[in-house]
Design a protein around this ligand. Sequence first.
Ligand code: DC
Length: 229
Amino acid sequence: MNRRGPVIAIDGPSGVGKSTISRIIARRLGFRYIDTGAMYRAFAVAAHDEGVDVDDEDALERFCERVEFRFGDEGERIFLNGRDYTDRIREPSAGKLASIVSTRRKVREFLVELQRRIARDGCVVMEGRDIGTVVFPDAEVKIYLDASSRARAERRYTQLAPSNAVRAVEDVAREIEERDERDRNRPHSPLKKADDAVHIDTTELGIREVEERIMEIVEERLAGGGTDS
Ligand code: DC
């Protein structure tokens, strides 16, 4: 692939902190930040609004033909067919819908193609589940973030708590485990670490420590060296 700049691929399961860390890394490098989960979420919510049957591959394919994505505010806002989905995709139901819709082959083919086009010039930090394995198997830097499901549930709970006071951390943990199960076991592009990705277990790490670790890896890889760990 002929790119003008590098691609930093950051993959990992739900609630591991990919978005927070990817934004920070993008800002430090002056790169674009692309949240592919937001694309699956917006696609799923819009399809649901339009009554598209997620079990009907033909209906999903027709829907793909009508979909146009746009990003605003440095990748922070997402528009689908001109409508702003930024807030709606953060509702818990959107995560579940996205996890279901993203198991469909047609949807994945469509969004992967779009993600490659959006990032074709490089200089991007792209986060998701299959960036290092499928979207950009030739990414210059691949990071796989992980953490125990309990730690991820607690982080997600803290994030959601102000708007979601009635939910218990156990409910959040159950949802995370359900999503992990679906994301890891789907037949098309399941969540898994690319062989050449660097695995970082963040269970016991603070955000600054993760940031510094990733920046070390980025500097090492972009300088032309670096081996797997
Ligand atoms: O990262 P997230 O929680 O916003 O992602 C929502 C869902 O979208 C997730 O459960 C699986 C799916 N997804 C995917 O299949 N591939 C990606 N590259 C990103 C997200």
